[in-house]
Design a protein around this ligand. Structure first.
Ligand SMILES: *[C@@H]1O[C@H](CO)[C@@H](O)[C@H](O)[C@H]1NC(C)=O
Ligand SMILES: *[C@@H]1O[C@H](CO)[C@@H](O)[C@H](O)[C@H]1NC(C)=O
Length: 502
């Protein structure tokens, strides 16, 4: 996330609840199968599920039905301090479909935007009932299908990795009795301070309700960790963005370390990240409705994590992006900005050039750059899927002109075609209440093992991605109008014209 996600909490519902964590509404995780793939053995289905983040859940007394938290306020009697509050309060099970608009079938998950009084949601992939699925993606790739045809300006259907603990922090913090089963232990590179329980304690100290969000507030503590945004998008714009932190794993922050407000470039995490958004990188016709990657229907997004020595222990050196739609492999757009090399992947060099050209502070490099994100990918990260709107910046950093005090013609400001007045939460929550995003067909494993070209249309590259300079790997782009990359194929392969409009 570029800005803190606005978390929407549960409001009072006429249901019968009570007692210890998870005992009133049974916590039943919706199924979302995924596939683990190898080059030699193909793909194998895993019986994974998803769990709703704890912040969305009803928090009530362990002894009865009394709310510990109502609207955006903690009950001062039940919650006089962080430890007592954690002892007195329980997180309950979730009614996924009815209350939160979260539905799944087989390998497909749909997150609805507004359901009753609930706005947005965030879930994590689980390998079993009390453990998050851990992803170690160095020298590996991750693929999924997304349908954003019903996800307009101002919304964000996100799929990303964060360095949470696999048990939600239960082993580290004995006062966390709920664990991953109830979606605890969240952290990201914004060091969000709107999280109600951090490190097994309630975030009641200094808690202040949000001025724009009746269900959210912020406390004294934040929760930080390295984040890899594989996908933040709506049907107008998309970005992929690594965000390194100087802390290893989920870490509670307070004060300057959280990087809030004026401390943005003094915190433990790189809140800006180094983003690749095709529109922002100078190709305004690449991704959107009716464009090269057509967001009016489903497509596959492949992300490859390349290391310097092509092993799973080498330093992460490059993050590549490939799309597949209607069976056609589409290489990511190439940067078309003066003073930035014409590349289509993220490397430290790309980030340095981009920050310089766009006049952005290079806190990405300060926090360790791409290799630091690789450290988290080696340690293991948790997969988060969410739908959200943005109380801080109306999602303009993704799909409009941002920052708003710079000319739209200034390099790096234009990010999508959404209007300057789009994305205001009060507006999108009523006008786009029925929006949704569907993620499906999650696959991960060896480079090149999760996808193939099956279509007959225009193919603009594929497989092992398209390096600029040097030789081109199998399925890589090796020529074409406007193409500036390498034209020599790797040994054993020749360059073919697949299709052209003449
Ligand atoms: C945008 O990307 C498409 C597909 O790769 C390409 O054909 C087109 O030339 C690009 N446009 C610019 C301005 O780079
Ligand atoms: C890694 O693999 C790429 C593509 O297959 C190759 O061009 C490169 O030389 C390899 N690097 C090392 C250090 O082996």
């Amino acid at each position: 996330m570029f800005r803190t996600a606005a978390l929407l909490s549960f409001s009072l519902l006429a249901m019968v609840y009570g007692q210890q964590a998870g005992t009133q509404t049974p916590e039943t995780h919706p199924q979302l199968t995924s596939q683990k793939c190898t080059t030699s053995g193909g793909c194998e289905t895993q019986s994974t599920t998803v769990v709703l983040d704890s912040n969305w859940r009803w928090v009530h007394t362990t002894t009865g039905y009394t709310n510990c938290y109502t609207g955006n306020t903690w009950d001062a009697t039940i919650c006089p301090d962080p430890v007592t509050c954690a002892e007195n309060c329980a997180l309950d099970g979730a009614d996924y479909g009815t209350t939160y608009g979260i539905t799944s079938s087989g390998d497909s998950l749909t997150l609805a935007f507004v359901t009753g009084s609930n706005v947005g949601s965030r879930v994590y992939l689980m390998s079993d009932e009390s453990t998050y699925q851990m992803f170690n993606l160095k020298n590996q790739e991750f693929a999924f299908d997304v349908d954003m045809s019903n996800l307009p300006c101002g919304l964000n259907g996100a799929l990303y990795l964060v360095q949470m603990d696999s048990d939600g922090g239960m082993a580290k913090y004995s006062t966390n009795a709920a664990g991953a089963k109830f979606g605890t232990g969240y952290c990201d590179s914004q060091c969000p301070q709107d999280i109600k329980f951090i490190n097994g304690e309630a975030n009641v100290l200094g808690w202040a309700g949000s001025s724009s969000d009746p269900n959210a507030g912020t406390g004294q503590y934040g929760t930080c960790c390295t984040e890899m945004d594989i996908w933040e998008a709506n049907n107008d714009a998309a970005a992929f963005t690594p965000h390194p932190c100087s802390v290893d794993g989920q870490t509670r922050c307070s004060g300057t370390d959280c990087g809030a407000g004026d401390d943005r470039y003094d915190g433990v995490c790189d809140a800006d990240g180094c983003d690749f958004n095709s529109f922002r990188m100078g190709n305004t016709t690449f991704l959107g409705k009716g464009m090269t990657v057509d967001t009016s229907s489903k497509f596959t997004v492949v992300t490859q994590f390349i290391t310097a020595d092509n092993t799973s222990t080498g330093a992460l050196s490059e993050i590549r992006r490939i799309y597949v739609q209607n069976g056609n492999v589409i290489q990511n757009s190439v940067s078309n900005i003066p003073n930035i090399d014409p590349v289509n992947s993220i490397t430290d060099d790309f980030c340095t050039q981009q920050k310089t050209e766009f006049g952005d502070q290079d806190y990405f490099a300060t926090k360790g750059g791409i290799a630091a994100v690789g450290d988290a990918l080696e340690a293991g990260m948790v997969l988060a899927l969410s739908i959200w709107d943005d109380h801080a910046a109306s999602m303009m950093w993704l799909d409009s002109d941002y920052p708003t005090d710079k000319a739209a013609t200034s390099p790096g400001v234009a990010r999508g075609t959404c209007s300057a007045t789009s994305g205001v939460p009060a507006t999108v929550e009523s006008a786009s209440a029925s929006a949704s995003v569907t993620f499906s067909n999650i696959k991960f494993g060896d480079l090149g093992s999760t996808f193939s070209a099956t279509g007959s249309g225009t193919t603009t590259g594929g497989g092992g991605a398209a390096p600029v300079g040097g030789t081109v790997a199998e399925w890589g782009q090796c020529g074409g109008t406007g193409y500036t990359g390498a034209t020599t194929c790797a040994t054993g392969f020749t360059c073919h014209v697949i299709n052209a409009c003449e």
